[in-house]
Write a new protein. Structure first.
Length: 255
């Protein structure tokens, strides 16, 4: 028969276990050690505007949201690439929208890295789906824009289960976009952790050496599947370019 002390001990251990589990799920969502090299905080990352007017307000919202981080700021700059191909530019993230086709995805973020340092990135928003009644909403546009730009900083998803309750962050997979249109405090805390240390150089300018600029829209060209979401679809790919250089592609699939 359990004593009162034993019962209290079991209750305390259970509470600690629950708290520990929740912290792990929500608060540790960097991917590897990938980050932009910089010599001071906060640093500024340029977001290249290669989008149509239908997306402008969402890019502004995303830029303002992520700039609340203590680690970084974002600055929207004029675009300089064809939105259909959305080629990467050193030292920035190019944000593009186009009708990329009925290929299954709402948005993708691709990040080029040399070693652990991110050197360039792209975000693609697929108007083939955003022109449909289901996805042509402010909530879905905010969620996808916010999430794909978040990946460019080195953030992973907080959760990849569509059916559980929303976590209140755009870095969450959910069937309900309304609560998940913006970052939450866990995202800002994780960015502060990722960018705690400083580097001796920077990759946020256009003066660093370039990487091969292969930016495919087809999953067959994204490389090796690294992880699947709760619906069994690959959510992260890697393409090894050799010489310690890689391209990572995060995918948010449409239903």
């Amino acid at each position: 028969m359990f004593s009162l002390k034993s019962s209290i001990f079991i209750l305390i251990v259970s509470i600690i276990g629950i708290i520990g589990f929740n912290t792990t799920v929500s608060g540790n969502h960097s991917w590897g050690s990938y980050h932009w090299a910089r010599t001071a905080n906060p640093f500024t990352l340029k977001l290249g505007d290669n989008i149509t007017t239908a997306w402008d307000n969402y890019l502004v919202t995303t830029s303002n949201d992520w700039s609340l981080s203590s680690a970084l700021d974002t600055a929207i700059v004029s675009g300089s690439v064809n939105a259909k191909t959305c080629k990467a530019t050193l030292g920035r993230a190019n944000v593009c929208n186009s009708k990329y086709g009925s290929n299954g995805w709402l948005g993708v973020a691709s990040i080029w890295a040399t070693g652990s340092h991110i050197t360039q990135g792209t975000v693609k928003l697929n108007d083939t789906y955003f022109s449909t009644a289901k996805y042509n909403t402010s909530a879905w546009r905010n969620l996808v824009m916010c999430q794909e730009v978040g990946h460019i900083f080195g953030l992973d998803h907080q959760d990849e289960n569509f059916s559980n309750p929303p976590l209140g962050t755009c870095m969450d997979y959910s069937n309900d976009p309304i609560p998940n249109q913006h970052p939450n405090q866990h995202d800002y805390d994780q960015l502060a952790t990722i960018y705690t240390h400083l580097d001796s150089t920077t990759t946020t300018s256009q003066t660093v050496s370039g990487l091969p600029n292969n930016n495919a829209s087809d999953s067959a060209e994204w490389g090796t599947a690294l992880r699947k979401d709760s619906k069994g679809r690959t959510s992260l790919y890697v393409r090894d370019l050799g010489n310690n250089e890689k391209v990572f592609t995060f995918v948010l699939w449409a239903d």
